[in-house]
Design a protein around this ligand. Structure first.
Ligand code: NCD
Length: 323
């Protein structure tokens, strides 16, 4: 693979979509396409990250994202370690920074970090001299999710611009929504945020998104319908009247989807609450739902990101940077 490293990626990290240029985003997606091909072959192994150590530090429960990063690293030939953060010294009172400096002394090359607090991953990135990838920090950003969503949309729609994308549900607590709004906005798409007033932060309108409280209205003419999980763990008050009422008004089912374009695709980052934000049969409908494809694209996008960061890391080391 002969793609040259992008200029930015925040120096040597991927902390969010915000600092990325359109060119960098497209470079990641183009390289990810090559990894989609590799991942569909019988032998899925390269030695791109051979000799490098990748540590996954998940301070929050995760199934698919952690597995995806682990598979991505292994397919690139890295030595991958998953730190069980729930059982770690953090429990014994160690601070995030102490943990980071301890790990740093073991000379990792890539740290993949998920943390419940917005900004925690950026802070950690300042304390280590390896590449850091944000795998989701609080309500802030989840860049690889937005990149995998973009790759899925581009493959399904044949383009990643001038599309009407409805992002629906719990926008207020969602780092997935934030990263997607930033990415899809940079590429010139029309973004609608749809959900109950209590879950629609005002600030997002300033990012150029349209706000709709009515689902039928928000979905009218949409090319892409992106559903979000109701993030009960981030809610500290009564944001919705009841789960039943929420499903009735904002849960996606075939009747509501009929307002979108006839070829509109349905997306969800997972994990799904079936019967809360999405009808279970619709989620499984392979003619409309691309949820499984999103998972496949996740591995390819993470391979592309780690490949590009490793190139920067090696180039930096060759040039004598210490971090
Ligand atoms: C998302 C996350 O963790 O932000 N999930 C994921 O990464 N697959 C969305 C969510 O938890 O609802």
């Amino acid at each position: 693979m002969t793609v040259s490293p992008p200029a930015g990626l925040e120096g040597r990290h991927l902390l969010g979509i915000e600092p990325l240029s359109v060119e960098e985003i497209l470079r990641i997606l183009d390289l990810a396409e090559e990894y989609v091909t590799l991942n569909r072959q019988a032998v899925k192994r390269t030695d791109t990250l051979a000799g490098l150590t990748q540590i996954n530090m998940f301070f929050e429960a995760s199934t698919r994202t952690q597995a995806s990063f682990e598979i991505a690293g292994k397919r690139l030939g890295a030595d991958v370690m998953n730190m069980a953060m729930q059982a770690s010294s953090i429990r014994k009172g160690e601070t995030l920074i102490d943990t980071a400096t301890t790990l740093n002394a073991m000379h990792p090359d890539i740290l993949v970090v998920r943390h419940p607090h917005s900004g925690a991953v950026n802070l950690l990135a300042q304390k280590v001299n390896c590449a850091v990838i944000n795998a989701g920090d609080g309500r802030h950003e989840h860049p690889t999710q937005a990149l995998l969503d973009a790759l899925t949309i581009r493959r399904e729609k044949g383009r990643l611009t001038r599309l009407t994308v409805a992002i629906c549900g719990d926008i207020a607590h969602s780092r997935v929504a934030r990263s997607n709004i930033l990415l899809l906005g940079k590429l010139g798409n029309r973004i609608r945020l749809v959900g109950p007033r209590t879950l629609l932060p005002r600030g997002f309108a300033e990012l150029g998104a349209e706000i709709h409280e009515n689902m039928e209205e928000g979905l009218t003419g949409a090319d892409v319908v992106m559903m979000l999980r109701l993030q009960k763990e981030r809610m500290d008050g009564a944001f919705i009247p009841s789960v039943r009422e929420y499903y009735h008004r904002w849960g996606l089912d075939a009747a509501k989807l009929a307002h979108a374009k006839p070829d509109a695709i349905v997306m969800h980052p997972g994990p799904m609450n079936r019967g809360v934000e999405i009808d279970g049969d619709l989620a499984d409908d392979i003619n409309r739902s691309v949820i499984r494809e999103q998972v496949e694209m996740g591995v390819a996008v993470r391979m592309a990101v780690m490949d590009l960061l490793a190139r920067r890391l090696r180039a930096g080391r060759a040039a004598g940077e210490t971090g």
